[in-house]
Design a protein around this ligand. Structure first.
Ligand SMILES: Cc1cc2nc3c(=O)[nH]c(=O)nc-3n(C[C@H](O)[C@H](O)[C@H](O)COP(=O)(O)O)c2cc1C
Length: 177
């Protein structure tokens, strides 16, 4: 498939079939993260790959809404970043997540970014702490997100290029309304 079509096809997938991912595909997804660009090449990220069902279920409780895909997925990558190694740690984390999602899409695997940093669990505990405690992540690492993966159990239509928001693009200089 050509890359533009892959971009049009990609959607956040939150419900997955029971089919497990094969280890070669898991490796390619992790390689995508490790190839991602990073500010000043600091590579301030570290990733926790999780397949264990009970661990995924526990992680899904890190926030009350929009974390259901964590419970349902077959594989997840928790993206953590060290803010002392790069002031652009959020961007570095986001880039790694985006590349993993695109690599997954190219393999026919659905994915979803689940935001952790800045979110809270039901008891108002920061979601980051919930994830840190479950996975033993040191408290000096920022837990940015959990990216979930699995074969899609949803049907999503590709984006229609005719409906893209071109009004958000300013050409040459900012357009005054
Ligand atoms: C920074 C960021 C945070 C997101 N957080 C969540 C989340 O916590 N849970 C979730 O289900 N989806 C989350 N998403 C996915 C968005 O909801 C999704 O990208 C958006 O609705 C557009 O849909 P699409 O990905 O299918 O194009 C997040 C996406 C981004 C970029």
């Amino acid at each position: 498939m050509d890359f533009h079509q892959l971009l049009l096809n990609r959607h956040s997938i939150r419900r997955y079939t029971d089919q497990a991912l094969n280890p070669e595909d898991v490796k390619l997804i992790l390689e995508a993260a490790l190839t991602s660009p990073s500010s000043k090449s600091a590579r301030c990220w570290q990733f926790v790959a999780v397949e264990d069902k009970a661990t995924l279920e526990a992680l899904s409780k890190c926030k009350p809404v929009y974390a259901a895909s964590v419970k349902d997925c077959k594989f997840a990558v928790v993206i953590t970043v060290d803010p002392t190694k790069s002031e652009a740690y959020i961007e570095d984390a986001a880039f790694a997540g985006a590349l993993m999602q695109l690599q997954a899409e190219a393999l026919g695997i659905g994915s979803c970014w689940v935001q952790v940093r800045g979110r809270f669990a039901e008891d108002d505990e920061p979601s980051e702490n919930v994830v840190r405690d479950i996975l033993g992540i040191p408290y000096d690492m920022v837990v940015e997100s959990i990216v979930t993966f699995g074969y899609s159990a949803e049907t999503r239509k590709p984006v229609d290029p005719a409906k893209l928001m071109w009004e958000k693009v300013h050409v040459g200089k900012w357009r005054q309304e």
